[in-house]
Design a protein around this ligand. Structure first.
Ligand SMILES: N[C@@H](CCC(=O)N[C@@H](CS)C(=O)NCC(=O)O)C(=O)O
Length: 286
């Protein structure tokens, strides 16, 4: 039997975990689809062949003969998987207008710039923090820059590479230039601004959550979009276990002293941890 779809993902990708959770919730079996692992840490997502599938050079992506174009947004891929077999496994679609609206708000919020997990993974507010993130991500940032520059030189007319060299170039310069100069000061100030926005958006998320599930009394797309984001954020803030929110609070409090992870997030997170899909995709925080 031909595979129903091909999913492009990476173990290192936060957003690729959205469809992987969906696959588990729907009970889709490995023999029913093709899984292609893209080397995100080694800049495999910038390969010209992969850009033909996903023009943004991001993960995840999904292709299937029944669609004219690949799906390149994790939230769209999840909905596609749910509609592929609506009566199989968990129904992830909101079942009334209010839940639908709430789920859409939550999904937009968790995908917004303000909650972007790269703030915690890749940025810094002082040289000490910079050394820490460099310890984990120096190779990632510099490999990306090298691969982008090589590809841009080889294909100067390709619309992707030029702007991406410039985009990644800012952070790459901060990672590779010593001693710290004006770029670093700007980088540190921007990161403080980022944490203020993060704390505000996190509070908004806490007030939007409806229990027991994110958008109401049954699981929806919203839950499966929020889980990978929170796992990534907790992991890279230094959480020792799934329920260790203190590490995240400490990181954010350096900019926003009153920041607190409230009871609704904690309760919702416990509920999600009980699901088989969560246990399969998140045996550990990542
Ligand atoms: N809005 C997209 C975002 C995808 C995204 O940014 N994925 C990250 C990995 S979690 C990525 O591929 N980043 C590579 C890059 O930006 O170069 C989605 O939800 O699918």
């Amino acid at each position: 039997m031909a595979p129903k779809f091909t999913i492009y993902s990476s173990e290192a990708s936060q957003w690729a975990m959205v469809p992987l959770l969906g696959i588990q919730e729907k009970g889709i079996q490995p023999h029913e689809y093709e899984h292609r692992e893209i080397d995100l840490m080694g800049a495999g997502n910038f390969d010209v062949e992969y850009l033909k599938i996903n023009h943004n050079g991001t993960l995840p992506a999904l292709t299937t003969p029944s669609l004219d174009a690949p799906l390149t947004e994790s939230a769209d891929i999840l909905e596609f998987l749910d509609r592929l077999e609506p009566s199989r496994g968990t129904n992830l679609a909101p079942n009334d207008a209010a839940t639908k609206e709430r789920a859409a708000q939550l999904i937009a919020l968790v995908h917004s710039m303000d909650l972007g997990s790269n703030l915690i993974l890749l940025t810094a507010r002082d040289t000490e923090e910079l050394e820490k993130v460099k310890g984990t991500f120096y190779d990632f940032i510099t490999t990306r820059q090298r691969v982008l520059e090589e590809n841009a030189a080889r294909r100067p007319d390709h619309p992707f590479y030029g702007p991406k060299v410039a985009e990644n170039g800012g952070v790459s310069k901060v990672y590779t230039t010593t001693p710290a100069g004006r770029e670093h000061e700007e980088f540190f100030e921007n990161t403080h601004r980022g944490y203020k926005a993060f704390a505000g958006a996190f509070d908004q998320l806490q007030s939007l959550l409806v229990l027991p599930y994110a958008a109401g009394d049954h699981i929806t797309y919203a839950d499966l979009n929020i889980v990978p984001w929170l796992s990534h954020v907790l992991c890279f803030a230094g959480a020792k276990d799934f329920d260790d929110f203190a590490a995240l609070e400490a990181v954010v409090r350096k900019t926003v002293p009153g920041f607190k992870v409230g009871p609704k997030v904690r309760q919702w997170w416990k509920t999600m941890q009980e699901r088989e899909s969560f246990k399969k995709v998140f045996p550990v925080l990542h």
